[in-house]
Design a protein around this ligand. Structure first.
Ligand code: COA
Length: 362
């Protein structure tokens, strides 16, 4: 067996397909480039949850219910005491999600879709000594997240960039956090438990915890001319370059291009410093060249985290909150997979091979 279980098929799903050789992501029959061009976060959420809940709904209906659910979860922010606020943002957000009741019904799913979007901005504000801002039910989720973070209505370009981000990361096959969500769902523990397990899996740096370190790397490199030397020294120390490599993709991660595209209008309208983007492109090129030279047998390309880092920084999220923003977007995928698993009804319980000592003969 391979320790990472890469050859094991552990589920049949109608939700998404990751084509690692072709560099393609399909979500419920639609390829990512089409989704990003045509669909809002609420649209992709309606698509992912379609037929999996006891109620049917369209994008507009979900937008309205989700906005009300944001308003309905805001009171939990009062529970963010000093011990919760001393935690990293994603852990504080998880602690608040743990207050939600467990269940399999649509209202539980709605609360879970809304809760991270409300809790993360509130935690960030409280951690910097500011009052949390209540949700605005007239706004779509992406715009409201930014408003609850900054206290100001975001620009059209900022809203579109976050919306594209949320669409892009909504689901991605049987990644570690989604698998965790399905394992919990198979025990019939409830959707809140599934989401809590998934957030816990997501926060590791090999999964959703990489984008903060991508910015640390860019800061440390400082200028394009340092990139080759800096990256070479990091590899000499046995470090991995954050934002590169993927378990499934052997070519460029299609999500990286979707996010790079979402950044462009912000740069063109001078809402972001263009020198940051230029440095990132130089580092990307240098990293691809050095990885190709050092690891010729292992195709290593840019992954979703590299441009996630730039996008979320441009939108004003602090880097220790990036994993929490990822969780806001991925929760819909976790919920859809949990429901798909629960409807299947079978407990996930794989076997293992015992390689320890045997009891001594009597
Ligand atoms: N930088 C340098 N080398 C890397 C690398 C990276 N980002 N990613 C993989 N490699 C190398 C490994 O060191 C290994 O080399 P070796 O065979 O000489 O020991 C080889 O590629 C295969 O690595 P492996 O651990 O089998 O790959 P994986 O499928 O487990 O790795 C990741 C997938 C994502 C965990 C890995 O690419 C990584 O750690 N990337 C950096 C973190 C990151 O960006 N995470 C976000 C993922 S979306």
């Amino acid at each position: 067996m391979k320790n990472g279980l890469e050859d094991v098929i552990a589920a049949e799903t109608q939700l998404s397909d990751v084509d690692g050789e072709g560099g393609r992501l399909i979500i419920r029959g639609v390829s990512l480039d089409h989704l990003v061009a045509d669909c809002s976060y609420e649209g992709v959420a309606a698509l992912l949850l379609d037929g999996l809940m006891e109620r049917s709904f369209d994008e507009a209906q979900l937008r309205e219910w989700l906005a009300k659910a944001r308003a309905g979860t805001f009171h939990h922010v009062e529970a963010a005491d000093a011990s919760i606020l001393a935690l990293p943002p994603v852990d504080a957000m998880r602690a608040l999600i743990a207050r939600l009741p467990d269940g399999e019904d649509f209202d539980t799913a709605l609360s879970l879709l809304a809760a991270p979007a409300v809790f993360l901005p509130a935690v960030l504000r409280l951690q910097r000594g500011e009052k949390p801002i209540a949700p605005d039910v007239s706004l779509p989720q992406a715009a409201d997240i930014l408003r609850m973070l900054t206290g100001q209505l975001p620009t059209r370009e900022q809203t579109a960039a976050l919306d594209t981000y949320l669409v892009t990361i909504s689901d991605h096959g049987l990644n570690a956090s989604t698998f965790a969500s399905r394992v919990i769902a198979s025990t019939q523990a409830g959707l809140t438990s599934s989401v809590l397990a998934a957030v816990s899996a997501l926060k590791g740096p090999l999964h959703g915890g990489a984008p903060g370190p991508v910015l640390d790397m860019l800061d440390s490199i400082g200028a394009a001319e340092n990139a080759g030397r800096w990256l070479g020294e990091a590899l000499d120390r046995g470090e991995r370059l954050m934002g590169f490599g993927h378990r499934i993709y052997r070519v460029r991660d299609p999500r990286a291009d979707a996010l790079k595209g979402a950044l462009r209008p912000l740069i063109a309208s001078e809402q972001v410093d263009s020198t940051r983007g230029a440095l990132a492109e130089a580092v990307e090129a240098a990293a691809l060249a050095i990885l190709k030279a050092r690891k010729p047998d292992r195709p290593l390309d840019v992954n979703v985290e590299f441009y996630t880092a730039l996008l979320l920084e441009a939108l004003g999220f602090p880097r220790d909150a990036f994993t929490g923003v990822f969780a806001i977007g991925r929760t819909v995928g976790w919920l859809a997979h949990a429901r798909e698993q629960a409807l299947d009804g079978r407990l996930i319980r794989p076997g293992s091979v015992y390689i320890g000592p045997l009891p001594a003969a009597a």
